[in-house]
Structure formats: structure tokens, C-alpha cells
Design a protein around this ligand. Structure first.
Ligand code: SIN
Ligand code: FE2
Length: 209
């Protein structure tokens, strides 16, 4: 089938897989994540239902994605510190813009990034990214550190997700017809990575406000 002709790319409607797109920037990106976390610590948020999420999160940029008993939303201030989130590192913005253009979304500029940290066993159940204001903008997702399996569903939670292995430096861009598709991360397996140790980091760039 045609997929065999293109072993290094995967084209699903609305989803572009850019294997190794961020490989040259890995070390700088991880350093920038540590800088952000100095200003806004990783924390495990609670779902509105009161369950602690298994991935730890922080944010940078004009707003941060937060979850607590009051629900999911974007907040301009970090509820832990009461201060604005750290500025988005220049290397984050540059990479997100390049990747978006490669995925068919030239002109995208993110106003924030959500940063997830997965220790072994942590994952993210199927969900939609629907708390943003601007759905014409794509989501740009950058994987760093330990590998993971990305789950890519459809417009309904019932659709059986495809399983896409992600390695450090891989980038995904989704938007358009797929902007609200369900997606998630299977529990991360134990391992070690030279830049992130025992963790997987993920950056998702969005247009939230
Ligand atoms: C997310 O959906 O926000 C995270 C996806 C990932 O960790 O790759
Ligand atoms: Fe998401």
C-alpha cells in the first residue's frame, strides 16, 4: 500500500508527523524547560472530579492551562505563585513556528506552551484540546526524552485510537478537520535518556487567548 512508499512520514487527515524535526534543538529545548520550571514549578494538577493527573505540568507564555475543582481553563497567572507564567523562550517560539509551517499552518504563532512531564507509568487519557479560543490555530506538539505511544482517535471518544510511537525530537502538528480529535498518551515505560533522565517531556504550543 502507499504507506510503504513513505516509511518516514505519516499523513492522517489533519495530522502531520515530523519525525526528528526538533533533534537539532533537543538540548537547548530541555535547558529552556528547566528555566521555565525555575519560575513556575512542575505540579500535578487535580481534575475537576478530584483525581490527581499522572503527568506533572507547567506553562509559559501569556496564559497557562490549569485544572482544579473549578474546571479546566487558561489562567494568566500561575495559581501556585500568583505571578504571570514565565515568558516563552525564544527557541520554543521559533521551533513551533517552523513546525507549524511544515505542517501546513504557516503564520501560526503560539501565545503559550503547556509543558508535560511524564515519569514512568504516567500517561494521559483520551481527551480533546478545546479550552482554547482560536480553533483555526493548530496544536504543535514536541516530544523530548523517553519514548511514548501517542493515541490518535477521532471526533468521538468511542473511536478506537491509532497508536503512533514518538521518540525524542519528534513533532506532531494537528489542526483543521482534526483540531478537536481525541488524543492521549499511553503509560510511559521506564527507561533512561541522556537529556531528561527518567522522564518524557512534551511541549504543546497553542493559541489559547
Ligand atoms: C497533550 O495532549 O496535551 C499531551 C500530548 C503528549 O504528551 O504528547
Ligand atoms: Fe491534548
Amino acid at each position: 500500500m502507499s504507506q510503504d512508499l513513505f516509511p518516514d512520514t505519516l499523513a492522517l487527515p489533519g495530522l502531520t508527523y515530523l519525525p526528528g524535526f526538533a533533534l537539532g534543538d533537543e538540548a537547548d529545548l530541555v535547558r529552556a524547560v528547566l528555566d521555565v520550571a525555575q519560575g513556575a514549578a512542575f505540579r500535578r494538577m487535580k481534575t475537576p472530579g478530584g483525581r490527581e493527573m499522572s503527568a506533572a505540568m507547567t506553562n509559559c507564555g501569556a496564559a497557562g492551562w490549569v485544572s482544579d475543582a473549578k474546571g479546566y481553563r487558561y489562567a494568566r497567572l500561575d495559581p501556585l505563585s500568583g505571578a504571570p507564567w514565565p515568558e516563552m523562550p525564544a527557541i520554543f517560539r521559533a521551533l513551533a513556528e517552523r513546525a507549524a509551517a511544515a505542517g501546513g499552518f504557516a503564520g501560526f504563532t503560539p501565545d503559550m506552551a503547556l509543558i508535560n512531564r511524564y515519569e514512568p507509568g504516567a500517561g494521559m487519557s483520551l481527551h480533546q484540546d478545546i479550552d482554547e479560543q482560536d480553533f483555526s490555530a493548530p496544536i504543535v506538539s514536541v516530544s523530548l526524552g523517553l519514548p511514548a505511544v501517542f493515541l490518535w482517535g477521532g471526533l468521538s471518544r468511542a473511536e478506537k485510537p491509532a497508536r503512533l510511537p514518538l521518540n525524542s525530537g519528534d513533532v506532531l502538528v494537528w489542526g483543521g478537520v482534526a483540531r478537536k480529535f481525541f488524543h492521549g498518551i499511553a503509560p510511559v515505560k521506564a527507561g533512561a535518556h541522556s537529556l531528561t533522565g527518567t522522564a518524557r517531556l512534551n511541549l504543546t504550543f497553542r493559541r489559547a487567548l
